[in-house]
Write a protein that binds this ligand. Structure first.
Ligand code: FPP
Length: 241
């Protein structure tokens, strides 16, 4: 129930861009911007929970982010996993379910176990479904799902004869979640950067120049108001046409 919107909003997806520039403008190291970015993420999670937005997905680390200097990658991934760990209890107490999508095997067994334990702790929560994408990309996920589908077809001839969009969709890491209704990207860039490529097919897009560390509830409100005025047609015609 997003009260500003006449369009139902069940899933909000965000690319949190601009941490590095925010820090550099203040002559600080980029990690300073990522730390401020964590505060902005906290604000948005809280605001979405209060507005009863059921699903929120945040792009925290893309597969392409490995191309950054090693030191930044190390500090950023440490920050992400330490934050998820330290916030786990708060998420649970607020009825928030946490899921992490992406290839976590790159971070080793200790991180995988830690994330699994937070996912199990919060699995029954239903106030807000928070998904954090780490070492994720849309193409990676579609390729992984296709490979799984091919494997499943080997032992299931009925599946092989009747491949539908749902056959692939149900093997994506976002399986069971509604497709995003609204996508927000901060930081002024106008692109999807390999985020939720399948899922964003009919999503409404909102871009803002605000750098992620400065994103606050008023910025969220602005995006929600813009969304409320969009005519969603999903390829069909609106009622008046
Ligand atoms: C982009 O800034 C932001 C990221 C790479 C994601 C990092 C996000 C956080 C640290 C927020 C924390 C989120 C959670 C869920 C704990 P950038 O470095 O690309 O900025 P730039 O475009 O200005 O260089």
């Amino acid at each position: 129930m997003t009260n500003v919107s006449s369009n139902w909003l069940s899933h909000l997806a965000i690319i949190m861009d601009g941490n590095g520039r925010w820090a550099q403008r203040r002559k600080k190291p980029r990690i300073f911007g990522h730390r401020k970015g964590v505060e902005a993420a906290r604000r948005v999670v809280d605001a979405c929970a209060r507005r009863s937005i059921p699903y929120l997905t945040l792009y925290a680390f893309s597969r392409e982010n490995w191309d950054r200097p090693q030191e930044e990658v190390r500090l950023l991934t440490d920050l992400l996993f330490n934050t998820l760990d330290s916030e786990a209890q708060m998420l649970h107490e607020n009825g928030i379910r946490l899921r992490v999508i992406g290839d976590l095997t790159a971070f080793g067994a200790r991180i995988c176990t830690k994330i699994q334990s937070i996912e199990s702790l919060t699995a029954q929560n239903s106030n807000l479904n928070l998904t954090v994408a780490v070492n994720y990309s849309g193409r990676w996920d579609i390729t992984r799902a296709a490979s799984q589908l091919i494997n499943d077809c080997r032992t299931d001839s009925k599946l092989f004869e009747n491949i539908t969009e749902e056959s692939l969709r149900s093997r994506l890491s976002t399986c069971g979640m509604p497709e995003p209704d609204l996508f927000i990207r901060t930081g002024g860039e106008l692109r999807l950067s390999n985020f939720l490529l399948w899922e964003l097919a009919y999503c409404e897009l909102f871009f803002t120049d605000i750098l992620w560390p400065e994103f606050n509830e008023a910025c969220l409100e602005e995006a929600l108001v813009a969304y409320s005025t969009r005519q969603r047609r999903f390829g069909g015609l609106s009622a008046s046409q």
